[in-house]
Write a protein that binds this ligand. Structure first.
Ligand SMILES: [Zn+2]
Length: 193
Protein backbone atom coordinates (compact mmCIF):
# COMPACT_ATOMS: atom_id res chain seq x y z
CA UNK A 1 0.00 0.00 0.00
CA UNK A 2 2.52 2.53 1.12
CA UNK A 3 5.65 1.79 -0.82
CA UNK A 4 8.89 3.52 -0.09
CA UNK A 5 8.24 6.02 -2.86
CA UNK A 6 4.99 7.06 -1.28
CA UNK A 7 6.54 9.53 1.10
CA UNK A 8 6.48 12.60 -1.08
CA UNK A 9 3.22 11.78 -2.72
CA UNK A 10 1.56 11.65 0.64
CA UNK A 11 3.06 14.80 1.89
CA UNK A 12 0.03 16.98 2.32
CA UNK A 13 -1.92 14.17 3.79
CA UNK A 14 0.13 12.53 6.38
CA UNK A 15 0.22 15.75 8.10
CA UNK A 16 -3.49 16.30 7.86
CA UNK A 17 -3.80 17.92 11.22
CA UNK A 18 -6.51 20.44 10.82
CA UNK A 19 -8.51 18.86 13.58
CA UNK A 20 -5.57 18.62 15.87
CA UNK A 21 -4.27 22.10 15.43
CA UNK A 22 -6.74 24.15 17.46
CA UNK A 23 -5.63 22.43 20.61
CA UNK A 24 -1.93 22.85 20.07
CA UNK A 25 -0.53 24.74 22.97
CA UNK A 26 3.09 24.89 21.97
CA UNK A 27 3.83 28.45 20.98
CA UNK A 28 6.05 27.53 18.09
CA UNK A 29 3.46 25.26 16.61
CA UNK A 30 0.61 27.67 17.02
CA UNK A 31 -1.54 27.46 13.91
CA UNK A 32 -2.10 30.45 11.76
CA UNK A 33 -5.47 30.17 10.18
CA UNK A 34 -4.34 31.96 7.08
CA UNK A 35 -3.39 31.16 3.54
CA UNK A 36 -1.39 28.13 2.44
CA UNK A 37 -3.93 25.48 1.68
CA UNK A 38 -2.22 22.28 2.44
CA UNK A 39 0.72 22.44 0.08
CA UNK A 40 4.31 23.19 0.83
CA UNK A 41 6.65 24.72 -1.69
CA UNK A 42 8.36 22.01 -3.71
CA UNK A 43 11.70 22.93 -2.20
CA UNK A 44 10.39 22.09 1.25
CA UNK A 45 8.75 18.85 0.27
CA UNK A 46 12.00 17.71 -1.24
CA UNK A 47 14.22 18.55 1.65
CA UNK A 48 12.09 17.54 4.59
CA UNK A 49 11.04 14.11 5.67
CA UNK A 50 7.46 14.88 6.61
CA UNK A 51 6.99 11.33 7.75
CA UNK A 52 9.36 12.01 10.54
CA UNK A 53 8.10 14.82 12.75
CA UNK A 54 11.27 14.47 14.80
CA UNK A 55 12.85 16.01 11.76
CA UNK A 56 10.80 19.10 12.47
CA UNK A 57 12.85 19.69 15.58
CA UNK A 58 15.88 20.14 13.38
CA UNK A 59 14.41 22.92 11.26
CA UNK A 60 14.27 26.56 12.38
CA UNK A 61 11.10 27.56 14.26
CA UNK A 62 9.80 29.86 11.54
CA UNK A 63 10.17 27.15 8.95
CA UNK A 64 8.59 24.60 11.27
CA UNK A 65 5.71 26.91 11.84
CA UNK A 66 5.29 27.25 8.08
CA UNK A 67 5.28 23.47 7.80
CA UNK A 68 2.67 23.06 10.50
CA UNK A 69 0.53 25.70 8.90
CA UNK A 70 0.78 24.20 5.49
CA UNK A 71 -0.32 20.76 6.58
CA UNK A 72 -3.72 21.62 7.87
CA UNK A 73 -5.21 22.05 4.43
CA UNK A 74 -8.28 20.52 2.96
CA UNK A 75 -8.27 18.81 -0.41
CA UNK A 76 -5.46 16.51 0.53
CA UNK A 77 -4.41 13.83 -1.94
CA UNK A 78 -6.33 11.02 -0.15
CA UNK A 79 -9.43 13.20 0.04
CA UNK A 80 -9.17 13.91 -3.68
CA UNK A 81 -8.76 10.17 -4.36
CA UNK A 82 -11.94 9.38 -2.45
CA UNK A 83 -13.85 12.13 -4.21
CA UNK A 84 -12.63 10.92 -7.59
CA UNK A 85 -13.79 7.38 -6.77
CA UNK A 86 -17.23 8.67 -5.75
CA UNK A 87 -17.57 10.66 -8.95
CA UNK A 88 -16.71 7.56 -10.96
CA UNK A 89 -19.47 5.77 -9.08
CA UNK A 90 -21.83 8.60 -9.95
CA UNK A 91 -22.33 9.48 -6.31
CA UNK A 92 -22.89 13.13 -5.40
CA UNK A 93 -21.53 14.64 -2.20
CA UNK A 94 -20.97 17.83 -0.26
CA UNK A 95 -17.69 18.79 1.37
CA UNK A 96 -16.79 19.86 4.89
CA UNK A 97 -20.34 20.42 6.06
CA UNK A 98 -20.05 22.89 8.92
CA UNK A 99 -23.49 22.14 10.35
CA UNK A 100 -22.48 18.58 11.31
CA UNK A 101 -20.23 17.45 14.19
CA UNK A 102 -16.57 17.75 13.28
CA UNK A 103 -17.30 19.31 9.89
CA UNK A 104 -17.16 15.96 8.10
CA UNK A 105 -15.06 15.66 4.95
CA UNK A 106 -17.54 14.10 2.54
CA UNK A 107 -21.28 14.06 3.09
CA UNK A 108 -23.79 12.16 0.95
CA UNK A 109 -26.97 13.73 2.17
CA UNK A 110 -29.57 11.56 0.42
CA UNK A 111 -27.87 8.35 1.46
CA UNK A 112 -27.23 9.53 5.01
CA UNK A 113 -23.61 8.51 4.51
CA UNK A 114 -20.43 10.25 5.57
CA UNK A 115 -16.83 9.48 4.72
CA UNK A 116 -14.04 10.75 6.91
CA UNK A 117 -10.63 10.67 5.23
CA UNK A 118 -8.00 10.49 7.92
CA UNK A 119 -4.24 10.79 7.91
CA UNK A 120 -2.61 7.71 9.44
CA UNK A 121 -0.07 9.64 11.52
CA UNK A 122 -2.20 12.38 13.05
CA UNK A 123 -5.34 10.35 13.48
CA UNK A 124 -3.53 7.17 14.58
CA UNK A 125 -4.48 4.47 12.13
CA UNK A 126 -4.44 1.35 14.36
CA UNK A 127 -1.64 -1.02 13.44
CA UNK A 128 -0.42 1.18 10.61
CA UNK A 129 3.30 1.71 10.20
CA UNK A 130 2.75 5.41 9.67
CA UNK A 131 1.15 5.80 13.08
CA UNK A 132 4.42 5.78 14.98
CA UNK A 133 5.31 8.11 17.83
CA UNK A 134 8.22 10.46 17.18
CA UNK A 135 11.21 9.90 19.44
CA UNK A 136 11.59 13.47 20.57
CA UNK A 137 9.00 15.25 22.69
CA UNK A 138 7.04 12.08 23.14
CA UNK A 139 4.75 13.51 25.75
CA UNK A 140 3.77 16.40 23.52
CA UNK A 141 2.93 14.08 20.65
CA UNK A 142 1.12 11.53 22.77
CA UNK A 143 -1.04 14.19 24.31
CA UNK A 144 -1.80 15.66 20.91
CA UNK A 145 -2.62 12.26 19.43
CA UNK A 146 -4.89 11.36 22.34
CA UNK A 147 -6.87 14.56 21.84
CA UNK A 148 -7.20 13.99 18.12
CA UNK A 149 -8.38 10.40 18.53
CA UNK A 150 -10.85 11.40 21.25
CA UNK A 151 -12.22 14.19 19.08
CA UNK A 152 -12.58 11.88 16.08
CA UNK A 153 -14.49 9.29 18.04
CA UNK A 154 -16.68 11.95 19.66
CA UNK A 155 -17.52 13.33 16.22
CA UNK A 156 -18.23 9.89 14.77
CA UNK A 157 -20.51 9.07 17.68
CA UNK A 158 -22.32 12.39 17.26
CA UNK A 159 -22.91 11.71 13.59
CA UNK A 160 -24.09 8.16 14.21
CA UNK A 161 -26.45 9.40 16.90
CA UNK A 162 -27.99 11.66 14.27
CA UNK A 163 -28.56 8.68 11.99
CA UNK A 164 -25.55 8.94 9.72
CA UNK A 165 -23.47 5.98 8.59
CA UNK A 166 -19.81 6.88 8.92
CA UNK A 167 -16.92 5.29 7.05
CA UNK A 168 -13.32 6.10 7.89
CA UNK A 169 -10.95 5.86 4.97
CA UNK A 170 -7.31 5.96 6.01
CA UNK A 171 -4.73 7.74 3.97
CA UNK A 172 -2.80 4.52 3.30
CA UNK A 173 -5.96 2.95 1.88
CA UNK A 174 -6.26 5.45 -0.94
CA UNK A 175 -3.23 4.61 -3.04
CA UNK A 176 -4.97 2.07 -5.27
CA UNK A 177 -7.84 3.78 -7.08
CA UNK A 178 -9.60 0.59 -8.18
CA UNK A 179 -9.45 -1.07 -4.78
CA UNK A 180 -10.71 2.13 -3.19
CA UNK A 181 -13.58 2.46 -5.64
CA UNK A 182 -14.69 -1.13 -5.10
CA UNK A 183 -14.60 -0.71 -1.36
CA UNK A 184 -16.64 2.48 -1.44
CA UNK A 185 -19.13 0.93 -3.80
CA UNK A 186 -19.59 -2.09 -1.52
CA UNK A 187 -19.96 0.10 1.54
CA UNK A 188 -22.50 2.40 -0.09
CA UNK A 189 -24.57 -0.60 -1.24
CA UNK A 190 -24.41 -2.30 2.13
CA UNK A 191 -26.41 -1.55 5.19
CA UNK A 192 -23.44 -1.90 7.49
CA UNK A 193 -22.98 0.86 10.01
ZN1 LIG B 1 -2.51 3.76 7.57
Amino acid sequence: MCGPGAALRFFSVTCDSRRAMPEVSDGELQPDRGSLHGRLPATLTRSIDHRNPAHMDTVPPDQRSRMMRAIKGKNTAPELAVRRALRRLGVGYRLHVAALPGRPDIVMQGRRCIIEVRGCFWHRHPGCRFAYVPQSRREFWEDKFAKTVARDSRNDAGLQARGWRVLTVWECETSNANVLQQRLSRWLDSKAE
